[in-house]
Ligand binder design. Structure first.
Ligand code: ATP
Ligand code: MG
Length: 230
């Protein structure tokens, strides 16, 4: 079982008679993201990492190729069905926040899972505490610092316990201590709970410390794959 991209291609806009079509943002990309592993994706700005993340969670549909989630083609699933199984932490955390308090932000996703009140409370408190956000639980999310927003978005996605967790530049606003806490969590989720973690990052230290393997992209294509040297 895996989240599999089979030669997927995506292009933004089709061009016109006077403007040539842009080169594909993702171009014939194939990879199998397994349960129980932290799989990193690296590559220069504009190489297609965020586009790939959106394709893997079904926000964008490939023009060619398929995304297969544990044996099921994503085209056969609604965005809500995919979203319960594949969590996405977006690159700009502010864009993923829309509730009026920090605790509502975490409870929103949990309510969609229709958990008991007790389970909802327990998960909310666990992740507020893990990400050091308890003292802010009644605060308006937009008043948080950038790093606090980033931790809140990660907490809100992780608490839903998706089978696959895609994180797009999750450490960009975190200090070293918070990065270590996130890395330890990703390791625990992948090793103890069998989550398939897909880590998109420019952070070479974080990737070398916490990823089991790295796929390097350029111009929408895979340049190389490396297993971790840890
Ligand atoms: N909404 C959009 N409309 C048109 N072009 C887009 C759009 N989003 C991304 N692109 C283009 O697609 C290409 C891939 O962008 P993408 O955001 O996937 O790259 P990235 O690897 O995530 O970059 P970064 O490291 O800066 O986050 C780029 O050339 C970008 O300009
Ligand atoms: Mg990006």
């Amino acid at each position: 079982m895996a989240l599999v991209a089979e030669t997927i291609t995506y292009s933004y806009g089709g061009g016109s008679s006077s403007v040539p079509p842009p080169e594909p943002a993702v171009d014939g990309f194939s990879a199998s993201f397994e349960h129980g592993r932290v799989s990193a994706i690296m590559g220069p700005n504009g190489c297609g990492k965020t586009t790939l993340a959106k394709l893997l969670v079904g926000i964008l549909k490939p023009l060619h190729g398929e995304v297969i989630l544990d044996g099921t083609n994503l085209v056969g699933l609604t965005l809500a069905e995919t979203g319960k199984r594949v969590g996405l932490v977006m690159q700009q955390p502010g864009r993923q926040l829309f509730c009026t308090s920090v605790k509502d932000e975490i409870e929103f996703g949990l309510k969609c899972l229709e958990l008991s009140q007790e389970e909802t409370e327990q998960r909310k408190n666990k992740y507020l505490e893990y990400f050091g956000l308890q003292q802010y639980e009644d605060r308006f999310p937009f008043e948080l610092s950038t790093g606090e927003k980033q931790r809140l978005v990660i907490a809100a996605v992780v608490c839903m316990q998706p089978d696959y967790l895609i994180l797009d530049e999750p450490t960009s606003a975190l200090d070293r201590g918070r990065k270590r806490a996130l890395g330890a969590l990703l390791r625990r989720l992948s090793k103890d709970e069998n989550t398939g973690v897909i880590l998109i990052s420019h952070d070479e230290w974080f990737v070398s410390e916490y990823a089991d393997g790295v796929t390097v992209m350029d111009h929408g294509r895979i340049v190389c794959r490396k297993e971790s040297m840890r």
